[in-house]
Design a protein around this ligand. Structure first.
Ligand SMILES: C=CC1=C(C)c2cc3[nH]c(cc4nc(cc5[nH]c(cc1n2)c(C)c5CCC(=O)O)C(CCC(=O)O)=C4C)c(C)c3C=C
Ligand code: FE2
Ligand code: FE2
Length: 354
């Protein structure tokens, strides 16, 4: 609650001083990871620098890590990752697919919330790294009269490198605000029945379009260093549970679905099996020549799915003798996904709205 003694020193940006503010609102701030402004060297370098300097993502001592990052990694990776981004870029809108999809999700969730609550709720999105920044969107919500903000990291699973760092940033930028909203953050939703339902429907829809049923569905999750799991990060267990719940909902057997981890970075061991190796092994050793791959840890298609899975990992499968590779897109702005995310939001707004 607000301290009445502070109202006398309300800053000029305080919501009630804002000429356009007619009534108090509740803000729902969706947050995704972030994406470069462009695939050329400097925007790529700025984005990777911010991302890879986050100690929630890479926890090495900055004394060791920063020289390596600044002098070696950031001289090369902006070029190689930039090429990958170029191959998937949405040239028409001048942005990456992650940005386009996040905007589409936000528009649909806004509509769902307005149908339910009218103008009492304001929905917007921000990114953990790059633009639009968490700071700019928190400020925008406060200026628009949001006295309560629900912060929703768009990751089904909780990892230090994703949800936790998004939350860190949210609370960090709030420290700079004089006019404090009351806040809530959303829990991971990897076992929400509507999320599992949306995943299952996306698999069923994809399978229904195929002439021959794939031998196996590979659920490829973004990896993290194995050490993070051993040090207590819950991400790995939550991914395993998602695959199990999906398998149960689909009514499949153990041999029809697998869990793998992708996007290994650096020399350390990451969560295994690595998708890129496992798809080759499935083709070569298990004779599974027809596979489908989905990516349940990503709420939106991005470089890691459109380029890494659908180009690099597909190539690894085909080089090992695989014949049919089907990539099942992320849930993106599917109606079932919007329904799931809206339900999660409504559950978290409990008691905040009439
Ligand atoms: C280096 C360590 C990394 C960890 C740990 C990590 C965890 C992690 N990331 C996501 C989701 C996304 N990652 C994306 C891109 C991306 N990830 C890393 C590194 C780590 N991620 C890098 C260097 C990049 C940039 C691209 C590249 O150079 O390879 C994206 C896509 C962004 C886009 O613009 O499309 C997402 C989404 C999760 C879920 C996760 C751990 C749970
Ligand atoms: Fe990542
Ligand atoms: Fe990648």
């Amino acid at each position: 609650m607000l301290d009445a003694t502070k109202t006398a020193q309300r800053p000029t940006h305080a919501p009630s001083d804002h000429p356009k503010v007619a009534a108090e609102k509740v803000g729902v701030l969706l947050a995704n990871l972030g994406t470069p402004d462009h695939y050329t060297y400097w925007p790529m370098r700025r984005y990777l620098n911010e991302f890879l300097s986050d100690r929630r993502v890479i926890d090495y001592s900055p004394w060791l890590w920063q020289p390596l990052l600044q002098l070696i990694i950031l001289t090369k990776r902006p070029f190689s990752s930039g090429e990958a981004y170029k191959s998937i870029w949405n040239e028409e809108q001048g942005e990456s697919p992650l940005m386009t999809i996040t905007k589409d999700q936000t528009a649909k969730i806004t509509k769902a919330m307005q149908d339910r609550y009218g103008d009492q709720v304001m929905v917007d999105f921000c990114m953990r790294y790059g633009n639009p920044s968490t700071k700019s969107k928190v400020r925008k919500m406060i200026d628009a009269g949001c006295r309560k903000i629900l912060f929703f990291p768009l990751y089904p699973h909780y990892a230090g490198a994703t949800s936790a760092t998004a939350n860190d940033q949210f609370f960090r930028v709030l420290m700079d605000e004089k006019w404090q909203p009351s806040v809530r953050t959303v829990d991971p939703y990897y076992q929400h029945p509507l999320y599992i339902e949306a995943l299952a429907q996306s698999v069923e829809r994809a399978y229904a379009k195929l002439e021959t049923r794939p031998d196996i569905l590979v659920c490829s999750y973004h990896g993290v260093p194995k050490r993070y799991l051993l040090e207590g990060d819950p991400y790995h267990c939550q991914c395993q549970k998602t695959t199990r719940l999906l398998k149960e909902r689909l009514g499949w057997g153990d041999t029809e679905i697998a869990t793998t981890f992708q996007s290994k970075f650096g020399p350390e061991e990451w969560l295994k099996p690595y998708t890129v190796e496992e798809v080759a092994r499935l083709a070569e050793e298990d004779g599974k020549k027809n596979i489908a791959v989905c990516a349940p840890a990503f709420s939106a298609d991005c470089i890691e799915t459109l380029e890494e899975i659908n180009e690099e990992i597909k190539e690894s499968f085909e080089e090992a003798g695989g014949e049919h590779f089907t990539y099942i897109p992320c849930l993106n702005d599917d109606d079932a996904h919007i329904k799931a995310l809206s339900a999660v939001i409504e559950e978290n707004l409990n008691g905040w709205l009439d």
